[in-house]
Design a protein around this ligand. Structure first.
Ligand code: GLN
Length: 416
């Protein structure tokens, strides 16, 4: 009840949610009853979880932030959602996002723009901006987001919460609407590392419905974080930390630079050694990512044709049905990505763009591997700046894409 009243207070200003569960109190009472009866309850008993709207839920709509799926209700829960429910977590609602995860501010949502709870005139980041704003404003306790090239990490940074992008394959993608399948992961947002660890623990693990989900054993992320007093126990003693030199060059705000050097000093106090490392191919990550992500998305989004998937626009003949449904259903950013991706994949340009980007992907993987041979951990800022004003970069897609420079490279690594 207290969360519902918090929602009615905050949601008119924030617009974090596209849908709020109408069974919230009932779901909570069911858990209460379990506890009263002395039954065992799961790790998330009583925990209110927000779910990004590109993750399918059987009891609430799942639109992916797109008109083409307006009012769509999935017939099943995504595996991550099923696992949250099995551990007695309570779904509070579906959070706003850039259409199909394509964007960095939530301004590319087809339905509404989410505001940053710390300053309503600023963006919350994206594409999981609703999930980050909701946790930041305490509209829910933790949330699920998705991260293809930074969509959990960057909004978490902009909203001052913890965002965790798991390794590709750690969490099943079953029920996550595909944007770029070789990069997409479901991730966790929370107000503390411990909370995100608990949520990660619940949703991790192999799933027979996702062939790319990892078979590796799931470590106990839930206890690893919660019990450690870093200052006293110095568990990081001897750990070698590499600060990526290329992430601190021109174009990065001074405030960001000083936050990172503050973090580096803190890590040294905890017993780490911190040195700068160079990743010469780092800046190639951005163009490679945008070519690969757009290419994969152009293929993934071909399913929304108004006949097989997606809302249908009536037309006299089949090709018009496809093109009218797609023209009406997809927003401008998504249409641009499809055009870019189709171009990069087309016969005449495949070698120059898609194939070349794949080679760059291999190069980047190698340079990270080299850096990790000498270091246990690499650190960098999440973004070149803090949250900027709503509208500031909306009409300058290249400036918006450039803001993803810190997060996209690591997404290209693909290790499970
Ligand atoms: N901003 C990046 C993009 O638009 C990353 C988005 C994401 O991780 N889903 O592709």
């Amino acid at each position: 009840e207290s969360y519902l009243s918090r929602l009615s207070l905050t949601e008119p200003h924030l617009h974090s949610f596209l849908h709020i569960s109408d069974s919230l109190l009932r779901d909570a009472q069911l858990i209460d009853r379990k506890i009263e009866r002395g039954e065992d309850v799961g790790l998330l008993a009583g925990v209110l979880v927000g779910v990004k709207d590109n993750i399918c839920t059987a009891d609430m709509p799942s639109t992916g932030g797109s008109r083409i799926l307006e009012n769509y209700k999935a017939p099943f829960d995504a595996t991550a959602v099923r696992r949250v429910k099995e551990k007695d977590g309570i779904l509070i609602g579906k959070t706003n996002l850039d259409e199909f995860g394509m964007g960095s501010t939530t301004e590319a949502s087809s339905f509404q723009v989410t505001a940053n709870p710390w300053d309503l005139s600023r963006v919350p980041g994206g594409s999981s901006g609703g999930s980050a704003a909701a946790v930041s404003a305490r509209q829910c306790m933790v949330s699920l987001g998705s991260d293809t090239g930074g969509s959990v990490r960057q909004p978490a940074s902009f909203c001052g919460v913890v965002g965790l992008k798991p390794t590709y394959g750690r969490v099943s993608r079953f029920g996550l609407m595909a944007y770029a399948s070789s990069l997409d992961v479901i991730g966790c947002l929370g107000t503390s590392v411990a909370d995100t660890g608990i949520l990660l623990h619940v949703i991790s693990g192999h799933d027979r419905f996702d062939a790319t989900s990892s078979n590796r054993e799931v470590p106990d992320f839930s206890s690893q974080f919660a019990s450690i007093n870093l200052v006293e126990s110095k568990p990081l003693k001897g750990l070698k930390v590499g600060l990526i030199h290329e992430t601190l060059e021109d174009g990065v705000d001074n405030g960001v630079k000083s936050a990172i050097s503050g973090a580096a000093t803190h890590l040294e106090e905890l017993g780490c050694t911190v040195t700068e490392v160079s990743l010469p191919s780092f800046s190639l990550g951005l163009p490679a990512y945008y070519i690969l992500a757009s290419s994969e998305s152009s293929s993934n989004l071909s399913r929304y044709d108004g006949a097989r998937y997606g809302n249908q626009v009536f037309a006299e003949e089949l090709n018009a049905l496809y093109s009218d449904s797609r023209a009406k259903g997809f927003g401008p950013e998504v249409q641009m990505r499809i055009l870019m991706g189709t171009y990069a994949l087309s016969a005449g340009y495949y070698d120059a763009y898609y194939k070349r980007a794949q080679k760059v992907r291999t190069l980047i993987r190698k340079s990270f591997k080299d850096a990790l041979d000498d270091n246990d951990i690499l650190i960098s800022p999440v973004a070149p700046s803090a949250a900027y004003k709503i509208g500031e970069k909306k009409n300058d897609p290249l400036a918006m894409y450039a803001g993803d420079i810190m997060t996209v490279s690591i997404s290209l690594l693909l290790y499970a």
